[in-house]
Design a protein around this ligand. Sequence first.
Ligand SMILES: Cc1ncc(COP(=O)(O)O)c(C=O)c1O
Length: 387
Amino acid sequence: MPAPARSAWDYQRSEIRVLFDEAARTPGALRLEVGEPSFVTPSHIIDHAAEAARQGHTGYGPNGGLLSLRELLSDKLAGVNQIDAGVDEIVVTPGGMNALYSAFSILSEPGDEVLLPTPGFPNMDEMVRLLGGVPRFYHLRPANDFLPDFDELEALITDRTRVMFSNSPSNPTGRVYDDVVTQAIVAFADRHDLWLISDEVYDELVLDSTVTHTPAAWFDTDGRVISVFSFSKVYAMTGWRVGYAVARGDIPQLMRNTQEPQVSCPSTISQKAAEAALAGPREPITAMRDAYAERAVLAVQAAEAVGIRCYPPQGTIYMLLDLSDHGSDGGLDFALELLRERGVSIAPGSVFGPGGKGMVRVSLAADADTIKSGINQIAAHLRQRKG
Ligand SMILES: Cc1ncc(COP(=O)(O)O)c(C=O)c1O
């Protein structure tokens, strides 16, 4: 048998998936590791998809998505995000992941450097390396409210820096960038002639009513911003795999071109489901967001009650706990030990890059009792370790 490509061994399995698999084998585990909404897809979306399948929408669709969905997305982007995007500037993809992959694949050459936040969405590091790029981390420090430090960013620029990745509302910090920060990020990209991939997949999951989501596209003057959105978390549709990118100029067509050899097209039935999500009632969507917001409050209370420092999320469905005062690095070994000894599964901070050291991420996708018991168990475990 021939050997697989040498580079194939460079890709690491996500540590969150390691925990996911271990937790699945642990009866009664409290599952706080994964960003899987605790809700099933609202029933009107499922019904519409089933009906669409019966009507024959079961074949291939165009690269970049059905026109009928892109028309609805153009309205959504105008109404929800105040982004003016024509149907040809929208590229529908199998999940936000594929929009990110297609964008990176057409924007960077092998050896190009890509600025990635840490703590940040772990899949990006692997994706950039898979495409031959070189990840360069910029820190989102708690002392700086998890905002980018522009002095650090300036110092990271080399003649190979080509793309910056930014994510707000942010996984895992829960931070939502305001318009001043967002504008500064776009201006930084402008100053250094970088592409800016703006991951806004949690755009409608702002939990704190005092803040609002600011799309990076608002400040884009020349088409350097590629915005990525998804149906996964906002509509509890992770398994349907529908996301989309908004871009200008040649970028949408170049992204559509990469779709054919990768996946041909997004699932037609899933796109029909996405149409129902956009055209249907808003109540089930806002009810889910309100439930996450309630759980965020409860999770903060639970952490404070047991003396664990936490960072109240303004958005997303996650919260970071800071265990560094308790002598834990929050790494994979700690997470596996916690699962083995206490039956609690969390995402280790190490998956979020060097900036995740000392932290762990809990998901607000679990129900309130699971979140509370999980945090209590983490505290009990930290006490026991200290002896
Ligand atoms: C920041 C961020 N971007 C993108 C994604 C990808 O989501 P999907 O491919 O399900 O749309 C996720 C999923 O967890 C995420 O947290």
